[in-house]
Design a protein around this ligand. Structure first.
Ligand code: NAP
Length: 258
């Protein structure tokens, strides 16, 4: 299958490790020139090397997406070095320790929204004008099964649900402009230096086994490659009827029927 996106320019936030790295690798495998962002230069450099080995141009920009001026500077750096962004993957995100409405500080709640939602919103606003002008663009936002149904802590589930709603709104309102917006909702995906890898090494085997038995129908944690490949497909020419969708990649973990 030809994805028809060779030579396009993508920006993947949090693209140096984990799901974002696999999205970047899948896009580069389709001939897309990929910029990645993250907070750590060394990790960015290592992944940029792997992307260049696939024969595409790549650049790594140091930026914290939860800081709006930093996200804005990163976008400018990408445009200056690779050209206007055709494909935006808002992947950087995550939870902070908290639990219920009663015991979560406002700072925690706001910080989680800064990390998972506001940076993504800002970057969408920065890339949309050019995408509209060229009548072609793709935005893929990484949310969570906990953005679709009850689960996790209050800050994280709320921010991820808002990201799904914002993406759906953009998908519907810009559908006629050739710019497509979708979300991917992963379940528990284990990868090097990720939170589920830490969960497995920090807990006794019986706790890990219980978690798997009670939550993961495949009897094991998820892996990042299917998320990366779905990003590339949604960014492709072949996905040109798909917008405003939220697609689950969770090995059957979530409970929702839709
Ligand atoms: N893994 C899962 O099981 C799972 C499940 C559901 C949803 N998700 C979602 O999928 C996305 C990726 O998850 P992951 O497990 O791959 O995450 P991760 O391991 O925590 O992070 C991976 C990437 O994000 C970068 N990053 C972290 N904080 C950042 C910030 N403030 N600004 C810019 N970059 C930042 C990291 O680089 P630096 O540390 O160098 O900044 C790294 O490149 C997140 O939105 C997460 O909520 C993950």
């Amino acid at each position: 299958m030809d994805f028809g996106i060779k030579g396009k320019v993508a920006l993947v936030t949090g693209g140096s490790r984990g799901l974002g790295k696999h999205a970047a690798l899948s896009l580069a495998g389709e001939g897309v020139n990929v910029a990645i962002s993250g907070r750590t230069q060394e990790t960015l450099d290592k992944t940029v090397g792997e992307l260049k080995d696939l024969g595409v141009s790549s650049v790594g920009v140091v930026a914290d997406v939860s800081d709006l001026p930093s996200a804005e500077t990163a976008h400018k750096q990408v445009v200056d070095s690779l050209g206007a962004v055709d494909i935006l993957v808002n992947n950087a995100g995550g939870g902070r320790p908290s639990s219920t409405v009663a015991d979560t500080s406002f700072e925690n709640y706001l910080g989680t929204f800064n990390l998972n939602l506001f940076g993504a919103f800002k970057l969408m606003q920065l890339v949309i004008p050019n995408m509209q002008a060229q009548h072609w663009g793709r935005v893929v936002n990484i949310t969570s099964i906990y953005g679709r149904e009850y689960g996790g802590n209050v800050s994280y589930t709320s921010a991820k649900a808002a990201l799904i709603a914002t993406t759906k709104h953009a998908g519907v309102t810009l559908a006629k402009d050739g710019v497509l917006f979708n979300t991917i909702a992963p379940g528990s995906i284990s990868h090097e230096q990720g939170s589920w890898e830490r969960f497995q090494s920090d807990n006794p085997p019986d706790v890990v086994e219980d978690f798997i038995k009670n939550n993961l129908p495949m009897g094991k944690f998820g892996w990042p490659e299917p998320v990366g490949d779905l990003v590339a497909f949604l960014a492709s020419e072949r996905a040109n009827l798909i917008t405003g969708a939220c697609i689950v990649v969770d090995g059957g973990q979530s409970y929702s029927l839709i």
